[in-house]
Design a protein around this ligand. Structure first.
Ligand SMILES: *Cc1c(COP(=O)(O)O)cnc(C)c1O
Length: 442
C-alpha cells in the first residue's frame, strides 16, 4: 500500500515487506487494530527490540518510544530485573496449570500497594479482567445494567464495546458488529465528567444498575483527567443505590501513582481491574476488591471464571519483579512526574509559539497532545481535535526518530527509563514539527 500523503522511506522498507506478508494471513496485517497506523494514514512499523526508552525497527532505525507497549513498560524496555526474573522462572518451566507460590506473592504485593483489593484473581488480559468484573458485579447485585462512559475503553468485552474510545473511534465503527443489540441495551453510555447525567441515570434506573465501570483517569480517548467531584459523585451514587463502583485501572494502576488513581484521588472502589504494568510486558490481568464480593467467585461462590494459563509463572515473575522495583524506588514517581511535566509544558509552549491550537492533558506520566484549543474534558471535546493535523505531526515526529502512539486518541507514556536528555530531544523534534505545521498553515 503506497502512501501518497506521507511518502517516507519506511514504505519501501523491511517493515513494508513484512506488512505485505502479514496482510495475506492476518486481518489488516496486525494482531490488534491500533498497530495498523490507519489512524495516521500510513502503514505499520515492525519493531524488533527495545532497551530503556528506545526501540529499534526492522530496518535498524532507532526511536525514542512513548508507546511503551501501550502502558505496561513503566520501567522501560528490557528492564534487567524483569528479564532476570522471567529467565529464572523459565528455567523452572513455562506453565503448570497448578497453584504456585509466586501467585500468592503477587497477590500479596497487589494487596499491599492497592489496599482496596482485599482479594484478587489473576487472569491473562485486561479484557478478561473487565469481563469478569462485570459478570461478578451482576452476580453479586443480581442486577443487569451497567453504566460506562462515552470514550471509555475497557477491553473488547461485548457489553462494554459501546462508544468505546480510541480503537473503535479511530476506525469510525459506531459499535462493533457481532455484538447483539440486546447486550448493548443493558449498557448505558454516559458523558465522562458529567455528574448531572449520572444522577439522572441513577434516578431513572434505580435498583437496576449492577455497576458503574470507569477509567478513573481516561486514557483511551487520549488522556482526560477526572474533573473535581466526578469520582466522589460516582462513589456516592453507587453506594446509595446499592450498585458497585468498578475502577478500570488497567492503564492507570501503578501508573498515575504507585497505588493507582484510587490512591491519587482518595476514592475506594468496590472492584478494581488491573493489567498492563502488573505483567511487566507479559500477558496478565487481574480483578479484585472487597472480600465479600470476591468470595462470590468460583470455587468459593457461584460466579464462574477460570483460566488454563491464569497466573502463568512467567507473567507472574515479571509482575513481581516490576512491583518490587516500584517499592524499592520511592522517588520513581516524583522523577517521572517532573519529566512528564517538563515534556507537557514544553509541548504546550512550543505549540503556542508556532500558533498551533493545542491542549495538553496530563496526569503523572500519561499525557496527550490534542490538536484542539480545548479544554478536553470528555469524548465530545476530544473529538474536536484535528486528526489530520495529528497525523502530520505524528509523521514529522517519526521522521525525527520519536515514536508516538499512532492515533490522536491515545495516551503517551513516559517511563522511568526516559531521561532529561530524552525530553530535550523530544522537544527539539517537536519544535521542528510544529514549525513545519505552521509553515503549511501560512
Ligand atoms: C488496555 C486496556 C484494557 C484492555 O486490556 P487488554 O490487556 O488489552 O485486554 C482495559 N481497560 C483499559 C482502561 C485499558 O487501557
Amino acid at each position: 500500500m503506497q502512501n501518497i500523503l506521507f511518502p517516507t522511506s519506511q514504505k519501501t522498507s523491511r517493515s513494508a515487506e513484512l506488512f505485505e506478508r502479514a496482510r495475506k494471513l492476518i486481518p489488516g496485517g496486525v494482531n490488534s487494530p491500533v498497530r495498523a497506523f490507519r489512524a495516521v494514514g500510513s502503514s505499520p512499523v515492525f519493531l524488533v527490540r527495545g532497551r530503556g526508552s528506545n526501540v529499534v525497527d526492522a530496518d535498524g532505525k532507532h526511536y525514542l518510544d512513548y508507546v511503551g507497549a501501550w502502558g505496561p513498560l513503566l520501567l522501560g524496555h528490557a528492564h534487567p530485573d524483569v528479564e532476570r526474573a522471567v529467565g529464572q522462572a523459565l528455567e523452572r518451566g513455562t506453565a503448570f496449570g497448578f497453584a504456585t507460590e509466586a501467585e500468592v506473592r503477587l497477590a500479596e504485593l497487589i494487596n499491599e500497594i492497592v489496599p482496596s483489593v482485599e482479594k484478587v484473581r489473576l487472569v491473562t488480559s485486561g479484557t478478561e479482567a473487565t469481563m469478569s468484573a462485570i459478570r461478578l458485579a451482576r452476580g453479586f447485585t443480581e442486577r443487569k445494567k451497567i453504566i460506562k462512559f462515552i470514550g471509555g475503553y475497557h477491553g473488547h468485552v461485548d457489553s462494554l464495546l459501546v462508544k468505546a474510545g480510541s480503537g473503535v473511534a479511530t476506525f469510525s465503527l459506531p459499535d462493533s458488529a457481532g455484538v447483539p443489540k440486546e447486550f448493548a441495551d443493558l449498557t448505558l453510555a454516559l458523558p465522562y465528567n458529567d455528574v448531572a447525567t449520572a444522577e439522572r441515570a441513577f434516578a431513572e434506573h434505580a435498583g437496576q444498575i449492577a455497576a458503574v465501570i470507569v477509567e478513573p483517569v481516561a486514557g483511551n480517548m487520549g488522556c482526560v483527567p477526572p474533573s473535581q467531584g466526578f469520582l466522589p459523585a460516582l462513589r456516592e451514587l453507587t453506594q446509595r443505590d446499592g450498585s458497585l463502583l468498578i475502577f478500570d485501572e488497567v492503564m492507570t494502576g501503578f501508573r498515575v501513582s504507585r497505588g493507582g488513581a484510587q490512591e491519587l484521588y482518595g476514592i475506594r472502589p468496590d472492584l478494581t481491574t488491573l493489567g498492563k504494568i502488573i505483567g511487566g510486558g507479559l500477558p496478565i490481568g487481574a480483578y479484585g476488591g472487597r472480600a465479600d464480593i470476591m468470595d462470590m467467585v468460583a470455587p468459593e461462590g457461584p460466579v464462574y471464571q477460570a483460566g488454563t494459563l491464569a497466573g502463568n509463572p512467567l507473567a507472574v515473575a515479571a509482575g513481581i519483579a516490576m512491583l518490587e522495583e516500584l517499592r524499592r524506588r520511592p522517588l520513581l514517581y516524583s522523577e517521572m512526574e517532573a519529566r512528564s511535566q517538563r515534556l507537557a509544558d514544553g509541548l504546550q509552549e512550543l505549540a503556542v509559539d508556532a500558533r498551533i491550537p493545542t491542549c495538553v492533558n496530563r496526569v503523572g506520566s500519561m499525557l496527550t497532545l490534542f490538536f484542539t484549543p480545548g479544554p478536553v474534558v470528555d469524548w465530545s471535546s476530544a473529538e474536536r481535535a484535528d486528526r489530520d493535523r495529528f497525523a502530520k505531526f505524528f509523521h514529522l515526529m517519526i521522521e525525527r526518530n520519536i515514536l508516538l502512539p499512532p492515533s490522536q486518541f491515545e495516551a503517551w507514556f513516559v517511563s522511568a527509563a526516559h531521561t532529561d536528555k530524552d525530553v530535550d530531544i523530544t522537544l527539539d523534534a517537536a519544535e521542528e514539527a510544529f514549525n513545519a505545521l505552521a509553515q503549511e498553515l501560512s
